[in-house]
Design a protein around this ligand. Sequence first.
Ligand code: PEP
Ligand code: MN
Length: 457
Amino acid sequence: MGPHTDWSPSSWRTKPIKQVVVYSDQTAVSSALTKLSGLPPIVTPTEIVKLKSSLQDAALGKAFLLQGGDCAELFSYCADDPIDAKIKLLLQMSLVLIWGANKPVIRIGRMAGQYAKPRSSPTEVVDGREIPSFRGDILNGFEPENRRVDPERLVSAYFHSATTLNYIRGQLSSGIADLHNPLDWELGHVRDEELQAKYSKIVSSISDSLRFMRTIGADTAGQLQTVDLYTSHEGLVLEYEQSLTRRLKHPVNYKPKTPSSDGKGWYNTSAHFIWIGDRTRQIDGGHVEYFRGIENPIGIKVGPSMKSDELVQLLDIVNPNKEVGKVTLITRYGKDKVEAMLGAHIEAVKATEHKVVWQCDPMHGNTHSTPTGIKTRSFNSIFSELSSALKIHKQHGSYLGGMHLELTGDAVTECTGGSEGLGEEDLSLNYTTFCDPRLNEKQALELAFLVAGHYRE
Ligand code: PEP
Ligand code: MN
């Protein structure tokens, strides 16, 4: 057997669980899960292990993890334009970060499976009527008449996930990320001349470096032709995750910390990386139980209610062998709490032998509603939490290993601020998120410029 003889892909079912899903038709659930169990893996152990090995570098301060995508990915985003826009944005941001931090950048999309949403309340009032909350396309539909949980959606999630990833793979192998092609770095929206000059200088520097590499023929291994892009989502709907958890042969060069006699391990094949949300990280809960048994690299959201001893306990449970880079701690305290909390968490982990990737999610602790009730985030608060995180890690002799953002390649108006100067009065222009507010393409790229600048100062 594998490393945990008391663990199985279904052992989470014996534990209490938050964000529980109540299906009315058990027969339909069983048939959906049986169908899922027979479908091929969406990702493979070789890819999963390759990502885990790259994350080792991020834990040691030798690489930077850029993770981004929608808060709630809809099935309807499974279309060429939104996927292309996200790939290009993540690519451009990563180039800026490589330039700034002088380190390789690992790219993970919140894509091809980010269909499940934890909710603070199971119901909400819409047009004076109390209806079930939208829990993501994997469970129910956003339209008020589609709020009933439908088990067919579990299967639909698989196919949308696989189709999205199929298109990503196709585009990457067809040159969407080919650095021989010039990238569009349109900076016309940056009104501040000084800032515009600063960003243009970074772009010229990146373009010059790429041109130089091409000219001297530094691309013998074809490394400029494409890049790696991994997928991730919150591992929330455990019956779905369980169906895609497979006992598979370890890759040839992979040395698992606890080898098994059959040379196999349990891989979650729904995505390369999955994370536990801040609402489902209870030590004795079903989610932590499920996560402790899989080979994949995993994330844990760390919000302001996390106690230091609880954090260490969690690490001991999900990573008993203390594999470096196996766990990414995704901290999301909010700009006003990060100072009081991050340092203590860093010290608590330092006092153990765990080596984690510290990733800052500057989005989820910085959400507020406008006087008219629109959920938004300000660019300045987002950057403020990020710069505090960079500074605090440095003070504690640690590394900020990455950033986790909610973003889209579309020109949405959901977060305020940034060089376009979006104000609260502009939010209604193109507010299309079905959950949390995302950075638009310009704001996301600008954040990358600012973080890169931070490293160069
Ligand atoms: C999210 O990442 O969309 C999310 C729900 O985050 P958290 O669990 O940190 O609240
Ligand atoms: Mn969110």
